[in-house]
Write a protein that binds this ligand. Structure first.
Ligand SMILES: [Zn+2]
Ligand SMILES: [Zn+2]
Length: 289
């Protein structure tokens, strides 16, 4: 969608605006969300590109002219395709950027976070007429936040799930597969209705989608375990076997998640590692051979 009208994806106080960003293919855009029935927050101040920021600012101005106030900007996590427009929009409208402390730490020196959010936050929803809970969902990023509207059931899920591709878990950027899978399960246990991801269209059945994501991760991890069991002892060899269903151009990205799976298997005592991170050798433990 490229027109300048917000796509009203729900009557429940959330509207989506995809903006072009420097993100990972196959995604080309990051969704910004306007959250609130009258006064509102902007979630994901995503785009660093001037024309995209101008579209966003025009839409905010339009709401402000109708008497609705922008109360703040919320970043789900620190990745550049999520915070590329944060400085510009906060300065233009004189509002705070809100994020988790771990996101603030990751952005230190580049983007200023003015107010911290965590799960103890109880006052976010009332000013915008919604029942909002903040969820801290590390795994993809250590400070990752989701927003759950508990009455309507929808959830803004950032990069925990995408309707375009699987999510990269990069151990070099504090990604953690244990945390990620645990948080997907926790999100499913809250029985969300519609999921609003940062990349791609909304997902109608949140519980089913999160369940499918967990199942996909477990299946991939089993392929990684079997690759090591079958003699693949380097990261490259593991990727070639465990991601044989993915195009070769994706393998450098898949290698990040493969390492996260290998570390998870190691922590569970399924495999052992010798050597340093990128040149490590992986082998099955005795009782796994
Ligand atoms: Zn991300
Ligand atoms: Zn992203």
């Amino acid at each position: 969608m490229s027109d300048d009208t917000l796509q009203d994806t729900s009557a429940a106080g959330v509207e989506r605006l995809p903006l072009r960003t420097p993100t990972l293919l196959p995604a080309t855009h990051t969704n910004s969300y306007f959250v609130g029935r009258r006064d509102f927050y902007l979630v994901e101040p995503s785009s660093p590109y001037g024309p995209e920021q101008a579209r966003l600012h025009d839409l905010i101005e339009g709401r402000v002219e109708r008497g609705h106030r922008l109360l703040g900007v919320i970043a789900t996590h620190h990745h550049p395709d999520h915070v590329g427009g944060a400085g510009a929009v906060c300065e233009r409208f004189g509002v705070p950027l809100m994020a988790h402390a771990r996101t603030r730490d990751k952005l230190a020196g580049r983007v200023t976070v003015h107010r911290l959010l965590d799960e103890s936050e109880t006052g976010l929803g009332a000013p915008v007429g919604l029942d909002l809970a903040v969820l801290h969902t590390p795994g993809h990023a250590p400070g990752h936040l989701c927003l759950h509207e508990r009455t309507a059931g929808w959830m803004i899920v950032g990069d925990m799930l995408s309707s375009l591709s699987t999510i990269v878990i990069d151990p070099d950027d504090d990604g953690d597969m244990d945390d990620y899978v645990a948080q997907l399960r926790r999100m499913a246990s809250l029985a969300p209705t519609t999921l609003f991801p940062a990349h791609g269209d909304p997902v109608a059945d949140g519980v089913a989608a999160l369940g499918a994501y967990v199942a996909h991760r477990e299946a991939r991890e089993e392929k990684v375990r079997r690759a090591v069991g079958g003699g693949a002892d380097t990261l490259a060899a593991v990727v070639a076997r465990a991601y044989d269903d993915a195009p070769v151009w994706l393998w450098p990205i898949a290698a990040k998640s493969a390492r996260a799976h290998l570390e998870r298997l190691r922590r569970r005592g399924k495999i052992t590692k010798t050597g340093d991170t990128t040149r490590a050798r992986w082998r099955p433990t005795e009782d796994e051979t």
